[in-house]
Every structure is written in C-alpha cells, then in structure tokens.
Design a protein around this ligand. Structure first.
Ligand code: FAD
Ligand code: UDP
Length: 392
C-alpha cells in the first residue's frame, strides 16, 4: 500500500486502522469533509481483521485468528456492502470430545449423538430441562449460564474444559454473556451464527478496508508503523490538541495508573501441509483439556467458491492454524477482554478519566474494553459518528 507523507494539517487524528478507526475515518471524511490522519503501529491496515494471501499457497489466511462476518444489524449490512461484496459462506464448526466429532453449536444432532438417542425436539427439551434444573433462575456467571442452557453433562463435555483452556479463569468469575454468544437449537440446524446476514469479503479483508479509504479520495492519509505514544510528528499533533479518536487499549492511554486490564492473547501456529484436505471443515474445536490448543482453522474451507491454485481439489496443499490461548503480558497482542468484576472496577476508573477528556474519543474493542464482533464494532463507530458529527 502506498504511504503518503504528512504534508498538510489534519482535522482529526485516528489512532488505529481497525474497523472502528476506519469506519470513523470514512464517515468523517465523506460526510463531514474532514481531513483525517489514520495511524497504526502495525505495518498494515485492518486491525485484527487483517488477512493476507499465503506466499506459498495463495490461500487467504486471517493473521489474528479466523474472522467470519455476520450481522442482523441492517444499518451495518447496508454500510459494509458499499465497500465489498460478500460470499455466501455459512460458518459451521465441529468439535472433538473424547475422540468423537460432534456438530456445534449444541443442536439436536449433538444431543442425540452424545446421549446415543433419537429424541424429538420436545423430548430433548424435557431431557435438557431436567439436567439444567440445578442452575439458578438468574445465572450470574458463565458456569451457571452454561448449565442452565444445556444441562450439566453437555456443559461438562463441550464447554467446561474448552472454556478453561480459552480463559484460564474460573467459569464462576466469567460473564454469562460469553456463553450466550452460542445458540442452542432443538433442531438439526448447525449454522454457527443466528444472524440474518453472513459471508466473507469476496476479495479478502484488506481489499474491503482499502476500498473504505479509497472512497474518500485524498481526505484520508494512512501512516503505518507509527505509534501514538512515541512518534514525534504525532506528538506535535497531540500538543496542538487535535481531535483524536483513540482505538488502542484504554489502560495504556493512561499509562496503567490504575493497573492493567486483563486480556487473553493467542499463539497461532501456522503450518503449510502437503495434503489436500486436513480436517474436512473450516474450524474444528477441541473440547477436552488435551490437546492444549482450542481449535484448528483450515483456511481453504472458508472460500469454497475459489477453485484455482491451491484452492483447487487435488492441489495437495493446505494451510492450518492451531490456536492456543494464553494469558496476556505486556508486549502481547490483547485479544479477548477477561472482564472479571475486578476488571470492571478498574475500567470504570479509566472511563471516569476518559469522560473528562475534551478532544479524545475512545472507541473499539481495545478503547472500550469490549468483546465486540465486527458488526458491533462498526455499529458502535456509526453511533459515535452520529453523536459527534454536528460538533466536529
Ligand atoms: P482492532 O482491530 O484491534 O484495531 C485497533 C488497532 O489499533 C490495531 O490495528 C492496533 O495496532 C492499533 N493500535 C493500538 N495501539 C496503538 C498505538 N499506540 N498507536 C498506533 N496504533 C495503535 N468478529 C467477528 O465479527 N467475527 C469473527 O469471527 C471474529 N473473530 C475474532 C477472532 C479473534 C481472535 C479476535 C481477537 C477477534 C475476533 N472478532 C471477530 C472481533 C474483531 O476482531 C473486532 O470486532 C474488530 O477487530 C475490532 O476492531 P477495532 O478497530 O476495535 O480493534
Ligand atoms: N465455547 C466452548 N466450547 C466451544 C466453543 C465455545 O466452551 O466449543 C465457549 C467458550 O467459553 C468461548 C465462548 O463459548 O470463549 C464463545 O465462543 P466463540 O466461538 O463465540 O468465541 P470466539 O470465536 O470469539 O473465540
């Protein structure tokens, strides 16, 4: 991507070229005619949604973990379709437990396979209700929520140990919302998501994000490998009090003065294999404590519509990534907010400081310490834009 020199003054500085930052940049440039400087400390745009085409196989690999676009928000769907077309991809996930593969999310197929039964939907509901009876009426944490949704045996098989590997935090301390992300169905529908719209950007994620920038002509300038906290040119803009949309970690902004918010990070072990098809599906979860990875992604399966090169049947090549969760330490990528009660108490102190800022707006997954999917990130940015557009 072409980098442009800073040779003009800007109306707005955006820290982070992820979805929050780019959505704000596009709106401010196209709707308010603002000159926007977007910086990112990485060497690419797109934040965690970024993907690249593997040099050996040409297979598109999601660099920071697999990203599947899905939404029921009509304003978001309309917005994103201005910049990319989406494929018809429907996400399906399987899980391995005790040496046997089951469909996810938990559905009638999972239930009947697990209990070696042929329950009808109503029979399965009665069975699971009996097994969920020990859970409180208003679940307060992930463990209670999980058991109330699917009963203890299924929770123990498919959720308990996966969650232990993923979060390394007692399920009693985790938010019930984490598990509410997964549907539970009493039919054989095994779509992973419930949303109205779903698909992957036809030409890849980077093309989508570049189109957002290009739609603004020269009103957006992007500078990569530029850190908000250390770059001297940016320091000059900061000193001048430029309106700033900051999408980095909120605790970093305040120099961790109230302590670090807890994050989960990931190790992503990529391998090119000399086989046509490693696992027969895009994502295989591993529900038990062993193996240590939570899931394996096989990227060619995300694009069944691509049929040339290594995507072609018989190509003899595939790319897989084993995903290992790990505790975040300074220097790691912050991926998932752990969000315990202690984290929320620390966050509210940072939010109090943020509320008194005149020229800084915090947004996005890192800036808000929020477990946002892509569509929720875009929705939050569009809402923030509506809130500020008359005063920028
Ligand atoms: P980010 O994408 O994190 O962008 C923030 C940017 O700010 C980064 O590029 C960072 O380098 C930059 N930055 C930070 N500090 C500085 C600084 N000091 N100076 C300059 N730049 C800085 N959502 C879905 O809808 N579907 C999925 O399947 C899905 N899968 C996911 C899988 C994983 C492993 C993760 C972690 C997230 C997933 N998401 C998914 C969520 C999705 O990644 C987020 O919704 C989206 O990336 C949030 O965009 P953002 O702009 O808030 O943050
Ligand atoms: N989860 C689980 N078993 C699975 C899949 C998910 O226990 O096989 C739980 C786990 O706690 C996980 C949460 O459900 O963190 C949300 O899963 P999702 O696949 O939505 O997570 P993400 O893709 O964001 O990592």
């Amino acid at each position: 991507m072409e980098l442009k020199e800073v040779k003009m003054e800007y109306d707005v500085l955006i820290v982070g070229a992820g979805l929050f930052g780019l959505t704000m940049a596009e709106r401010l440039a196209n709707e308010c005619d603002k000159k926007v400087l977007v910086i990112d400390k990485r060497n690419h745009i797109g934040g965690n949604c970024y993907s690249e085409f593997d040099s050996e196989t040409g297979i598109e690999c999601h660099k920071y973990g697999a990203h599947l676009f899905h939404t029921s928000l009509e304003n978001v769907w309309e917005y994103v379709n201005q910049f990319t077309k989406f494929t018809n991809y429907i996400h399906k996930v399987y899980t391995t437990h005790d040496g046997i593969v089951y469909p996810l999310p938990i559905n009638l197929g999972t239930i009947n396979q697990f209990f070696q039964a042929a329950y009808t939907p109503d029979e399965a509901k009665v069975k699971i209700a009996g097994q969920a009876a020990s859970a409180p009426e208003n679940p307060q944490n992930l463990a209670e929520q999980g058991i109330s949704l699917i009963g203890k045996p299924l929770f123990d098989a498919f959720i308990k140990n996966y969650t232990a590997k993923q979060w390394q935090t007692p399920a009693e301390e985790l938010s019930p919302d984490i598990i509410k992300r997964l549907p539970v169905r009493y039919n054989y529908d095994n779509r992973y998501f419930n949303d109205t719209h779903e698909g992957l950007p036809v030409d890849g994620y980077e093309a989508w994000f570049q189109n957002m920038i290009d739609s603004c002509g020269d009103k957006i300038v992007v500078r990569l490998e530029t850190d908000y906290f250390t770059d001297s040119e940016i320091q000059r803009l900061r000193d001048a009090g430029i309106l700033t949309i900051y999408t980095g970690p909120i605790d970093r902004f305040y120099d961790y003065q109230f302590g670090e918010l807890k994050w989960r990070s990931l190790d992503l072990g990529k391998e090119v294999l000399d086989v046509d098809d490693f696992q027969g599906c895009p994502v295989m979860n591993y529900a038990d404590l062993e193996p240590k990875y939570t899931r394996i992604h096989e990227f060619k399966h995300f694009h069944p519509e691509r049929t040339t090169g290594c995507y072609a049947p018989g190509s003899g090549k595939t790319v897989i990534v084993r995903e290992y969760s790990k505790t975040w330490h300074l220097g790691d990528e912050p991926y998932y907010p752990v969000n315990t009660a202690e984290d929320r108490a620390v966050l509210s102190k940072y939010q109090d400081l943020a509320a008194s800022e005149q020229n800084i707006i915090f947004g996005g997954r890192l800036g808000e310490y929020a477990y946002y999917d892509m569509d929720k990130t875009i929705a939050a940015a569009l809402a923030k834009f509506d809130e500020i557009k008359n005063r920028v």
